[in-house]
Design a protein around this ligand. Structure first.
Ligand SMILES: Cc1cc2nc3c(=O)[nH]c(=O)nc-3n(C[C@H](O)[C@H](O)[C@H](O)COP(=O)(O)OP(=O)(O)OC[C@H]3O[C@@H](n4cnc5c(N)ncnc54)[C@H](O)[C@@H]3O)c2cc1C
Length: 498
């Protein structure tokens, strides 16, 4: 096994690590589980409700799913994801969930330590990724069960914690805690280096001289990782140099540099909030995170008697901000570009019964526009308006669909219009890896171009992408991509059974 060290003298003959994963959210955690040798088999005696899949599963019941032909197994599956392997793994874990059923997973997990591959999971926050940044009291859009990872049911953990679901949904805080618990319970901690920020990933020649010596600002040499000394050559011919820094407990940043044969990008899309790109957007009263509103309320920078806060956007984060402000009796101006009954608006796609709070926001958006005042106090909506600029004296200038301009006094502005991945650690911000390699990577419109059955980047062998970066935006569906990566890496490492 590799060791993690804080300081070490030069070590000139270490070999590269087989796998480095950047990002420690649900994608990175699930991958660490599979790479640690946890192997999924079909449970003896189980029957999958999908008859064709069941027939295929019966053909080779002794072969673990991870070693089977994922393309063959997933052929013909339909559901709420575009990815065949995402649908496959999801239906094996939650066989009839889309029909409201609660059938148990048809998978059973065996810990085959001889199949484990050494790997490191690097991440900025504690294990759980974006879930540590999302406001803790926020309720998930997905059912609690869909947030769970393999072989540790979310509902069982909630029961043990004596926590209850709300309308079958959980809070972000519960989810973040569950992911941390998962890592501990499955004994994965040694693979995780938290507080680590990757600043560069580049391909290097496999003939490089492996030295892990680093210089800190005082000129001292450090190294963090010592790998097993293997005699075999770099099997794949790929070699990546991963650079970054780790924050020590005393707050200092220590640089590191490691080599890896394969790198998995699992960095999600929550790090760089989208901007409007208008004048005044960088003024200090304009924010791009929901947490800034909570902080402002806590610090009494806004309250019932302040000028209204402006919330820009018509997604669920904007809706969460409106609910929060409403709860605190803070006056709100809500601006968004779409029509209230635009079918593309998320509120028009959510079942009312399951999401009463978002239905309420949608009602306010419809019934209390600036053009026709309605029953709700402290809220006014500006549908089909876009922001033209912010001024230093805390005014916001809008333009409506007919080109008329309006000016409102505001106390603070919260631009909550989504976020983009931050791939600044890759050459050309990762644009070359995207499906349209002239546009920035975007989880919905322009994800990284990956092989659908290995999730290896089409443009760069040895580099993989999972989760929203590869277009899988929900936790229940990121796991299939992870299965595909693990299956491919096990094959590369010759860790398949004979
Ligand atoms: C407000 C909100 C609500 C959501 N609600 C739901 C829901 O109800 N159901 C659902 O299924 N999904 C939901 N999602 C989506 C869900 O968060 C993602 O699908 C999931 O977290 C993706 O997991 P991931 O591991 O790929 O990435 P993430 O969870 O985003 O984790 C990636 C981690 O990598 C870290 N990282 C990034 N760059 C670097 C770097 N250079 N160096 C080191 N670390 C880095 C990030 O800081 C982050 O901690 C929601 C997302 C948001 C923002």
């Amino acid at each position: 096994m590799y060791r993690v060290l804080n300081k070490l003298p030069n070590k000139s003959d270490s070999k590269p690590l087989p796998i480095v994963v950047i990002g420690n959210g649900p994608s990175g955690i699930c991958l660490s589980y599979l790479l640690s040798g946890y192997i999924p088999y079909i449970k003896r005696g189980s029957a999958h409700p999908h008859p064709i899949l069941q027939r295929k599963l019966e053909e080779t019941p002794e072969v673990p799913i991870i070693d089977q032909d994922l393309e063959y197994l997933s052929e013909g599956l339909e559901g709420r994801s575009q990815s065949p392997v995402a649908l496959l793994f999801d239906t094996l874990l939650r066989p009839d969930t889309d029909f409201g059923g609660t059938a148990e997973s048809v998978l059973t997990w065996w810990h085959e330590t001889n199949r484990a591959i050494p790997h490191l999971i690097l991440g900025r926050n504690p294990p759980g990724g974006a879930w540590h940044l999302i406001e803790g009291s926020m309720i998930t859009l997905s059912q609690g069960e869909w947030m769970g990872l393999p072989d540790l049911q979310f509902k069982d953990w909630m029961r043990k914690k004596r926590r209850g679901l709300r309308n079958n949904r959980a809070t972000a805080e519960d989810i973040a805690q569950y992911y941390q618990h998962y890592v501990a319970k499955k004994g994965l901690q040694q693979n995780f280096i938290c507080g680590t920020v990757v600043t560069s990933v580049k391909k290097v020649s496999p003939d490089v001289n492996f030295s892990y010596a680093q210089q800190d600002p005082e000129g001292n040499s450090h190294s963090f990782w010592v790998f097993p000394e293997k005699d075999d050559q770099i099997a794949s011919g790929n070699l990546f140099q991963v650079d970054g820094f780790i924050k020590n407990t005393n707050g200092c940043q220590q640089p590191f540099s490691i080599y890896a044969e394969n790198v998995v990008l699992a960095t999600g899309t929550y790090d760089s909030p989208s901007k409007l790109g208008v004048n005044g957007e960088d003024l200090p009263f304009v924010h791009h995170k929901l947490s800034a509103l909570e902080e402002a309320v806590k610090n009494k920078r806004v309250g019932m008697t302040s000028d209204p806060v402006l919330i820009v956007g018509a997604g669920l984060t904007a809706a969460d901000a409106i609910l929060f402000a409403h709860h605190c009796n803070i006056p709100v101006i809500h601006a968004f570009r779409r029509r209230v009954n635009d079918p593309g608006l998320i509120f028009n796609q959510l079942p009312k019964m399951m999401y009463p709070e978002y239905h309420k926001v949608h009602q306010m958006m419809k019934e209390q526009s600036v053009a026709c005042p309605g029953p709700y106090e402290c809220y006014v909506s500006l549908p089909e308006h876009h922001v033209l600029s912010f001024t230093e004296d805390k005014k916001c200038i809008f333009q409506d669909k007919s080109g008329h301009q309006k000016v409102f006094n505001i106390s603070m502005a919260f631009v909550l219009i989504g976020s983009n991945p931050n791939l600044s650690f890759l050459p050309n911000n990762g644009i070359d890896l995207a499906i349209d390699n002239e546009q920035p990577v975007n989880s919905k419109r322009n994800p990284i171009n990956v092989d659908p059955f290995t999730y290896e980047c089409v443009q760069e062998k040895g580099l993989y992408a999972v989760g929203p970066l590869a277009g899988d935006n929900f936790v229940r569906f990121v796991q299939g991509g992870v299965l595909a990566v693990a299956s491919s890496l096990l094959k590369k490492a010759n860790k398949n059974p004979p």
